[in-house]
Design a protein around this ligand. Structure first.
Ligand code: UDP
Length: 343
């Protein structure tokens, strides 16, 4: 499928401080800022991010360190912040919620306070469709009730509320794109997804194709979906990155509160993902059925047109085959992540 022509992205004023810019979605976003000539500074503690994914100036700072944060703000004087840094494993958030409240909620509060102490007012924050909880109607539009079922989703919703309150009380301009399933990799194969441990479906399926795993486990085939496996809305990471640039441009242009879904509006089942990966890789990819994974709703698909209406954003690389192929090209070039592959 051919990729539609881009809708021009409005210009962004730098410098932009990208927290978590060494991570998966952050590094793609940094790359797009750079491609548009916007000055970027990355702030990352490298706990899960990768130095090799960053070419921009990098401040290795923990968001828990308020003194270092204040020093970076005083020196960089950002015209905007894009905030990706967070813990993002649903299962871990259930067994260790303290970590999620500290590293997501408390660290974001530190960041907002560093902004409040200076002139910086615009922030784009990574939120998630996990803030909706179990869907009561599909597709999920932004007005769907937000009743998260995991501590991870709850911490993201707490932060959305903090942002709204800071907007009202202190004149912050805030955007919280709610991602569906981020997937794919840079089309040139130089940036992509590397988590340790890996838990996400597409990279795991591709690791089987590369001979790094014996089989893929399908978590449940008795869901009320056409083939019995869970349906998700996979959104290309480069499309996600583009939405962040648009969101920051909108805030700098005067928007004050933007809460938007970022998905394609089309869902694919676990079986469809595996089938697509078989086609892309030419590998049989053995699959084994297992129990349902706790906390997985049967179907999560984005609905509505708000991101287009308020940001002029439309996903462009939406074919599942393209998404899987980009991820495959990255994995083949970096089988053990950035530190091992040919970067
Ligand atoms: N999944 C699976 N086997 C795996 C990993 C994931 O069947 O080894 C399923 C999971 O249950 C969910 C879908 O694939 O229905 C996407 O899961 P992923 O962890 O990639 O993203 P999530 O939807 O949890 O954000």
């Amino acid at each position: 499928m051919s990729t539609p022509a881009p809708i021009p992205t409005p210009s962004v004023r730098g410098p932009v401080l990208v927290c978590g810019g060494a991570g998966y979605i952050g590094s793609h976003t940094v790359r797009q800022f750079e491609e548009r000539g916007v000055e970027v500074v990355v702030l990352d503690d490298l706990s899960t991010g990768h130095r090799a994914a960053v070419r921009a100036p990098l401040e290795v700072v923990e968001l828990g360190n308020r003194d270092r944060l204040a020093e970076v703000f005083a020196r960089v004087r950002p015209a905007g912040v894009v905030h990706f840094a967070a813990k993002c494993y649903v299962g871990e958030s259930v067994t260790d919620p303290a970590r999620y409240y500290r590293e997501n909620v408390l660290c974001t509060w530190n960041l907002l306070e560093a902004m409040r102490a200076t002139e910086t007012r615009c922030i784009v924050f990574s939120s998630t469709c996990a803030t909706y909880g179990n869907p009561v109607k599909l597709p999920l539009t932004e007005d769907h009730p937000q009743v998260p079922i995991s501590p991870y989703g709850k911490t993201k919703l707490h932060i959305e509320h903090m942002l709204q309150d800071y907007a009202k009380a202190y004149g912050f301009r805030v955007a919280a794109p709610r991602y569906f399933n981020a997937a794919g990799a840079a089309r040139d194969g130089t940036l992509g997804e590397h988590h340790d441990p890996e838990t996400h479906l597409i990279p795991l399926v591709l690791q089987v194709a590369l001979g790094m795993r014996k089989e893929i486990t399908i978590f449940g085939e008795d869901y009320p979906t056409p083939d019995g496996t869970c349906i998700r809305d996979y959104i290309h990471v480069e499309d996600l990155a583009d939405a962040h640039l648009r969101a920051l441009a909108a805030l700098q242009g005067g928007a004050s509160e933007l809460f938007v879904n970022l998905g394609t509006g089309t869902g694919f089942s676990v079986r469809q993902v595996i089938e697509t990966a078989r086609k892309v890789t030419g590998h049989p990819i053995p699959a084994r059925i297992a129990e349902r994974r706790p906390g997985d709703p049967p179907e999560l698909v984005s609905g509505g047109t708000r991101a287009f209406d308020v940001l002029g954003w439309k996903p462009r690389r939406t074919a599942l085959e393209d998404i899987v192929r980009d991820a495959w090209n990255f994995l083949r070039a970096h089988p053990r992540g950035f530190d091992s592959g040919a970067t």
